[in-house]
Write a protein that binds this ligand. Structure first.
Ligand SMILES: *Cc1c(COP(=O)(O)O)cnc(C)c1O
Length: 397
């Protein structure tokens, strides 16, 4: 086994990232880091992942020219169709990759955190398919709100463990999963759901999601003979955004990261009423990394809010925090209302019902078309079937 030096450990994106964890988690993170470094160069690993992506996940996903939306926005709009990935969102790109790493490390059990249940479902899918014992930590409040996803996970053989600490939502589920991992890592992999947390998670999750951007780059070249002027993606923890942005970082392409503005300005304190860590957050440590987080002046994590459950996270991946600070990525904000407009527009104009998360990206494009240039790719991170009751309730308010 290759030994990691403390320098490898401190992998950072500018001042963000790193490994701010209790001592008990250093060993599993070091092991994971070493295993991932070894596997990502392995032809056998790559071909196994490639085969699952193609035959199980349904990749490559299309890059679709949205004719009617293009007319409305007065520029050429292409949609990267991650809503067509098995499971209905980009999340499987990450869970497939990590589950294969876990398998190669000889692990037999997967644990994961979930908020709305989407990442729990994507973990249950790979758990069933690749033969792991799977347990998913989920806040009690979320279990009550997301019964269908709890049932989906159970159908696929995963056990959902209720989390009763703190606010009984996502951030507490992550804490519980980390506690479990510290005691179980000899046979358990912790499958973190976004490009956040301690090293190597932000880099590893970005790499597995980069398949989105690698495909999109080839597809836009084929369709238009050039790169786009801009790419728009929504940001929760940042995995679909980093996935589509990463292969374009060195190009002259505007990268627009759309965060959840929640109920919008005017109501309460805006920081506590959104998921916009890049826009409204300040430096702090959350779940093992230094990044931008929503916190009060005493460093207490604030409760985030968005109508899109997947954007309801009080932190953001450290690489996005870094790229936003250097100006390479431009953070933007779309509130609930803007997202609802995006949701309606894409459904009506193109016959594609986007996830409420992705609808933030579409809504932003409708709100600020002059930022897009002549040719834009919008990442449709997931499909909206899961959100129909939420939308119906929102309309009835
Ligand atoms: C979970 C989720 C997101 C947000 O997560 P990221 O890690 O920021 O990509 C966005 N869209 C959909 C459809 C999701 O399920």
């Amino acid at each position: 086994m290759k030994c990691l030096t403390p320098e490898n450990f401190a992998i950072k994106f500018g001042r963000y990232g790193g490994l701010f964890v209790p001592e008990t988690l250093v060993q599993p993170l070091t092991d994971l880091s070493a295993a991932y470094e070894r596997l990502k160069g392995s032809d056998q690993f790559k071909s196994e992942l490639e085969s699952l992506r193609k035959n199980f996940a349904g990749r490559p996903t299309p890059l679709y020219f949205a004719r009617n939306l293009s007319r409305k926005l007065d520029c050429k709009v292409y949609l990267k169709r991650e809503d067509l990935v098995h499971g209905g969102a980009h999340k499987l790109n990450n869970t497939l990759g990590q589950a294969l790493v876990a398998k190669n490390m000889g692990k037999t059990r997967l644990i994961a955190e979930t908020g709305a249940g989407q990442h729990g479902v994507a973990t249950a899918i790979v758990g069933a398919n690749l033969g792991f014992e799977t347990q998913v930590y989920m806040g009690e409040v979320d279990i009550e709100r997301q019964k269908m996803n709890v049932y989906r996970m159970e159908l696929m053989g995963a056990e959902v463990i209720p989390v009763r600490s703190g606010s009984r939502t996502l951030k507490d589920a992550i804490n519980e999963a980390m506690r479990d991992w510290a005691a179980s890592f000899d046979h358990t992999h912790y499958l973190l759901g976004t490009a956040a947390g301690a090293h190597p998670f932000p880099s590893m999750v970005r790499d597995f999601q980069s398949v989105i951007g690698i495909e999109a780059r080839r597809q836009i070249q084929e369709a238009e003979g050039r790169l786009p002027d801009s790419i728009v993606a929504c940001v929760g923890g940042g995995s679909n955004a980093m996935g589509i942005f990463a292969p374009f970082l060195k190009d002259e392409v505007r990268l627009l990261a759309v965060e959840a503005g929640g109920r919008g300005p005017g109501k309460n304190d805006k920081t506590a009423d959104s998921g916009a860590s890049l826009g409204y957050g300040t430096d702090g440590v959350l779940h093992g990394a230094l990044t931008k987080i929503l916190q009060d002046p005493y460093g207490q994590i604030l409760e985030s809010y968005s109508v899109a459950a997947g954007l309801d996270y009080p932190g953001v991946g450290p690489e996005l925090a870094f790229l936003a600070e250097t100006g390479r990525v431009q953070p933007k904000i779309a509130d609930d209302h803007t997202a609802m407009q995006g949701f309606r527009a894409l459904s009506r104009l193109e016959g594609i019902i986007p996830a409420l998360e992705s609808a933030h990206a579409v809504g932003y494009a409708l709100q600020e078309p002059e930022a897009l240039g002549d040719l834009v790719i919008i990442n449709i991170s997931g499909r909206g079937d899961k959100d129909l009751t939420t939308v119906m309730e929102y309309e009835n308010l």
